[in-house]
Design a protein around this ligand. Sequence first.
Ligand SMILES: Cc1ncc(COP(=O)(O)O)c(C=O)c1O
Length: 406
Amino acid sequence: MKIPFSPPYIDEAVINEVVDSLRSGWITSGPKVKALEEEIKVFSNAKEVLCVNSWTSGAIMMLRWLGVTAEDEVIVPAYTYSATALAVLHAGAKPVMVDSGEDFNISVDAIRKAITPRTKAIIPVDIAGFPCDYDRIMRLVNEPEIRNLFQATSLVQEKLGRILVMNDAAHSLGAYYSKNQRTGCETDIAIFSLHAVKNVTTAEGGAICLNLPEPFDNAELYKELRMMSLNCQTKDAFSKSKAGGWRYDIVGLGMKINMADVNAAIGLAQIREYPELLKERKRVFNTYSKAFADCDWAILPPSEDGEKESSYHIYALRIKDFTEEQRDRMIDEIAKSEVAVNVHFIPMPMLSFFSSLGYDIKNYPQAYENFKGEISLPIYPQLDEEKLDFIIKAVKDAYLKVTVDR
Ligand SMILES: Cc1ncc(COP(=O)(O)O)c(C=O)c1O
């Protein structure tokens, strides 16, 4: 039985919504994008939501809006997908990497130690869909000593008066940060990815949730950023296409990162079904956890803690006391059963580009520990009991094979 790692969820509702966009005579940014923004707003309780063409481009734009420069530092976890730090570099600032905890998420103690007068933002990442400790992070940036240390070097920074918290919520659409409160409104800015493998997708896409404190006006900011995502052009293509509406101006250096309606249509159909799809992801997650609970070699990933609950985006199994080489052999064994698994993530300091910049994995022992025995199992609504039994057997057999042969 062939088990792919993460096929998109495309049903008739998705196809109909895309066809509707194609037949409408308008395929780029327009009513479908607006409708998707409204759906995500309701879902996440964010004050405003702006859809763009990826998480990465959205993060670069928000850091440019913050006005970071080469002198500025942005704290990121070493254990994440590289886009988190690449966005900081693209925006022209320095990523300061810190270690993570055993739950895969950034260590708040490590954040505290890394803060300097140059720190302008922190990008915590909800790894696998499990929310970070935002109460502690928001309290930290609001501590009087930390606020006093902060040195604003742009108008936006001055207005905020403290370090910005912009969470990388690429994985966590639908997660609960607190009881009855989903992720997307717990920090200044949260960005979801709507990339093809995410729980809700637009093929490629991102959604920027705005929750800036006063004196920011999030509705005004939405308009400003929407324009910024369209080359800082005063009129979008939809308004310009109307009879007599041709004249426009360019009022700044923007980016061209708007989402198209034809993409938004996919996400629009999916998000309407998402509460049900999320239950299916949870079913898959819990089936794995139950199956591996009595294996003393398995470290199960976190899913619920107090009021927090994951979005069940990745099932990050870890094999106790395994070396990297053993983990890799186990993946090869699983592949023989035609089950596609993955590793989330290779810590950034282990990637050539980041090590060429001087980042060294020796400084991030927990990130390495989390990585060396990690195997991500397939998790999506289409996995029925038969397929799950097959995957679980493939994983258990592979473990035995590797440990017997060692
Ligand atoms: C943690 C994390 N951050 C950022 C991204 C980048 O998202 P996008 O592909 O939408 O730019 C990803 C994508 O997989 C991710 O896993």
